[in-house]
Design a protein around this ligand. Structure first.
Ligand code: NAD
Ligand code: ZN
Ligand code: ZN
Length: 346
């Protein structure tokens, strides 16, 4: 079968012929219906060879959907042909975090060698993929896999990032979204639906700022050296109640810390270049600001996000590519030329 793989660090991915996998005991084989390309893939593709975290070659794709093609021994209750989305941050299933559905924070994953598809295990950018346990599957029902697959990360991650801040986002407050790409545009839609907050979106081009408005941003501000001043002109002295940074570079993090108000939240979702840091200290930011850097989301949150899509609340902007054109999807992702999410349809 065909698969898009990282073969060599700091090189473009390659479309290669690999063996079709067979499900082992407890595993589920999916015929992939859709796979989303995330900026984290681009981050991984650019990591240096020395200390590269995953075995190579590795099939990309940590946003996956498919239909059940076969099950390994011991798997019951799943019918062939069922359309499913894959919950990606696999955990052990039994530690304290996993028992709460927070497999993204499994305390034993590293020790047990458990890794997500596309981030350690073979991912969804292929004709078939293996899923290690049926509990990682959420039935899609009537949802179109191509528009739903980004919800497994580009929807789930902002949802998990926004949820703890919801009690603060009451009437009259402001939420800032920095970076209106795959995650950010769903983040704006979630904030619009779940809160009465005024939403200010920041990005670097006019096209992205128009895209932010189309997705529900009330105000848009160019992400440049004047961004803090321009956001504070809108919020007044109060600053923003929450800033969600879907970029995570030093300038966006500094801007986030500069525009947040007293008792506000700065939520760092973007990985940026992997080294940016928020500067926190008694005299550095307004009183009682909280800073968190969440990772992906909980199993039940994926179910919640898919239900929001089913209710018609979330509309992911998708650019569709065939597996043969998948390398072009990664090129455009790296060049920042996409509107929303690139989805590869094998
Ligand atoms: P994307 O490429 O789809 O979108 C990034 C957006 O940021 C683009 O619209 C781009 O124009 C904009 N941007 C770039 N530089 C900017 C700047 N200086 N100021 C404002 N906007 C800027 O990326 P994505 O797939 O949505 O991922 C966003 C980030 O989140 C990436 O860093 C990714 O690695 C990370 N991520 C983190 C998690 C997590 O669990 N924490 C999960 C998924 C993705
Ligand atoms: Zn991702
Ligand atoms: Zn666990």
């Amino acid at each position: 079968m065909k698969a898009i793989q990282i073969v060599k660090p700091q090189s473009p991915p390659e479309l290669r012929e690999v063996d079709k996998p067979e499900p082992g005991p407890g595993q589920v084989l999916l015929e992939v219906t859709a796979a989303g390309a995330c900026h984290s893939d681009d981050f991984v593709l650019n990591l240096p060879a020395e200390g590269f975290p995953y075995p190579l070659p590795m099939t990309l794709g940590h946003e996956g959907a498919g239909v059940v093609a076969a099950v390994g021994s011991g798997v019951t209750g799943l019918s062939e042909g069922t359309s499913v989305a894959v919950y990606g941050p696999w955990g052990c299933g039994t530690c304290h975090f996993c028992s709460r559905g927070l497999e993204n924070y499994c305390s034993r994953a590293a020790e047990l060698g458990i890794a997500p598809p596309g981030l350690g295990n073979p991912g969804a950018m292929a004709e078939y993929m293996l899923v290690d346990d049926p509990r990682h599957l959420v039935p899609l029902g009537d949802l179109d896999p191509v528009s739903a697959v980004p919800l497994t990360d580009a929807g789930l991650t902002p949802y998990h990032a926004i949820k703890p801040t919801l009690p603060k986002l009451v009437g009259g407050t402001t939420a800032v979204v920095i970076g209106v790409g795959g995650l950010g545009h769903v983040g704006i839609q979630l904030l619009r639906h779940l809160t009465p907050a005024r939403i200010i979106a920041l990005d670097v081009t006019d096209e992205k700022l128009d895209f932010a408005r189309e997705n529900g941003a009330h105000e848009v501000v160019r992400s440049d050296a004047d961004a803090v001043t321009n956001v504070r002109k809108i919020t007044g002295n109060e600053g923003a109640t929450a800033v969600f940074d879907f970029v995570g570079l030093q300038p966006t993090l500094d801007a986030a810390m500069g525009m947040v108000g007293t008792m506000g939240d700065v939520v760092i979702v973007g990985i940026g270049d992997g080294v940016a840091a928020a500067k926190v200290g008694f005299f550095t930011q307004p009183f009682e600001v909280s800073v968190r850097a969440p990772y992906w989301g909980a199993r039940e949150e994926l179910i919640e996000v898919l239900d929001l899509a089913r209710d018609g609340v979330l509309k992911v902007a998708v650019e569709r590519f065939s597996l043969d054109d998948g390398l072009e999807a990664y090129r455009r992702l790296a060049a920042n030329e996409l509107r929303g999410r690139a989805v590869v349809v094998p």
